[in-house]
Design a binder for this molecule. Structure first.
Ligand code: ZN
Length: 471
């Protein structure tokens, strides 16, 4: 165990305790007089420990796992092995007063720290540059543990993760882009949220079962020791090589080669979707989300091997594709050469609109041409089809992000498409997650801000007028 994980605490403390299925003692501690607020934390922490034990196949190695709430703390929590310390607001819960948001926020932080007991404590990164082996995993397992531990709430929890954590990954990368693997390690949204989004994409690519087997092998191989990301992916390759999974060149999938462009270059891709009406074909291509002329040269030329999941809505089937910037085989990262490729061609079925990045399983934003976008809107407005909450959140957030990008780099701004998708998403169907409304609210809040900012007043009035014309 690394020395930074050693902790002890002394004080006039009280506790509540329980035991996991396999006999690990789980206790939650706080200062005297607050014991009535600890029941929620002890019960839900037990669930998180059991979910992580089931996933990893490794029993929590210590006899007990303590959780200590303190009045002031520099972070949400610190994953000392067997004695996690938290800011008290992530532990206390008063069912008479506190909200569901408070409850989930607390479980989220605690599941993150509990995931660290395996990812960071049992296997520790070689050096801070590989801090993603701690933080990207722990952030990924926040969502995983919530969904597995409270499966009846999946329709809220997974969209909420897409709307908050995945979105935080995109925004953090926009604000301060750097590779997930850095020289000395960085504790920010790129490593936490973007890193977790990359693991979500990898899990979908491998399949959750193979992803789990590969991670189990990694943990078993390096437990009570240290590892780096090469060793993680090599451990994964041993499993993946037995599965028949293939890459963008139809060669056996190599996880290291797949992940390298995602982890060692900054920024993220934009998938563009264009419909050719004469051939009834969609063309999907990639470019960096930030205009290329704003970027410094990099080894992979801001191209990524992108598995994406396209859904011809109405027929409902979701199919995996690879972007073809990597279809030149052997692997070619030459952006100029790749630019001559026409894009992945996807024949349209009965001219149905195409949703790219269905369920938000790829770490990329999407830009639809007007024709495709309007077809999606028409279908939603007329109730022809239903989209998952994750797909709706992807649409809403990508449109708004494109508004901001265009305003910053080209000076052109129109909120019209953003408002259209929000208006249509809200009448999509009656199973929308609350997270869809939260995504919609971010646009509405922005419109309100524009309304009170006199320099933007004209834009707001034009946009509002257009908004009123939609319905
Ligand atoms: Zn952490």
């Amino acid at each position: 165990m690394s020395t930074y994980l050693l902790a002890f605490a002394i004080g006039d403390l009280v506790s509540k305790s329980t035991t996991t299925r396999d006999g690990t003692l789980v206790r939650v501690w706080s200062w005297r007089g607050t014991e009535m607020f600890l029941d929620e934390a002890v019960n839900t922490s037990k669930t998180c420990v059991e979910v992580m034990t089931d996933f990893t196949g490794i029993k929590f190695p210590l006899e007990k796992l303590d959780h200590l709430a303190v009045p002031h703390f520099a972070a949400g929590g610190m994953e000392n092995w067997g004695l996690i310390v938290y800011a008290s607001q992530y532990v206390f819960f008063d069912p008479k007063q506190d909200t569901t948001v408070t409850r989930i926020g607390g479980i989220d932080v605690r599941c993150h720290e509990i995931a660290h007991q395996w990812f960071g404590d049992l296997v520790t990164a070689d050096w801070w540059s590989d801090i993603m082996l701690h933080e990207s995993f722990a952030a990924y397992f926040e969502d995983y543990a919530l969904v597995q531990g409270w499966p009846s709430q999946i329709n809220y929890l997974d969209p909420a993760y897409v709307g908050s954590s995945i979105e935080d990954g995109f925004k953090s990368d926009m604000n301060n882009s750097h590779p997930v693997i850095t020289t000395d390690g960085t504790f920010d949204g790129v490593v936490y949220a973007k890193g977790s989004g990359l693991f979500r994409m990898l899990s979908q690519l491998l399949s959750p079962t193979i992803f789990q087997s590969a991670i189990r092998d990694y943990l078993n191989k390096y437990q009570y020791s240290t590892a780096n990301h090469y060793q993680l992916f090599e451990a994964m390759n041993e499993i993946v090589s037995q599965t028949g999974l293939t890459d963008w060149c139809n060669n056996p999938l190599n996880v290291t080669r797949f992940m390298e462009p995602w982890l060692t270059q900054p920024h993220f891709p934009l998938l563009t979707v264009k419909y050719d009406q004469s051939s009834h074909t969609y063309f999907v291509d990639q470019q960096p989300f930030i205009p290329r002329d704003q970027l410094y040269p990099r080894g992979f030329n801001y191209a990524w091997p992108i598995p994406f999941y396209a859904q011809q809505i109405k027929t409902g089937s979701i199919k995996k594709y690879w972007t073809n910037r990597y279809y030149q085989c052997p692997h070619n990262f030459d952006a100029d050469a790749a630019a001559t490729l026409p894009g992945v061609q996807i024949p349209a079925i009965n001219d149905n609109p195409l949703i790219v990045n269905a369920n938000s399983n790829t770490f990329a934003r999407i830009q639809y041409d007007d024709f495709t976008f309007n077809k999606i809107i028409d279908g939603l407005n007329q109730g022809y089809y239903k989209l998952s909450s994750e797909s709706l959140i992807r649409l809403i957030n990508d449109e708004l992000a494109l508004v901001h990008r265009n305003a910053k780099f080209s000076g052109q701004t129109s909120y019209l498409r953003s408002m259209k998708i929000v208006a249509s998403a809200l009448i999509n169907n009656n199973t929308n997650s609350a997270a869809v409304f939260q995504a919609a609210k971010s646009l509405i809040d922005e419109m309100v801000r524009l309304g009170v900012d006199m320099s933007e007043r004209g834009l707001f009035e034009v946009s509002s007028f257009n908004f009123l014309l939609i319905h």
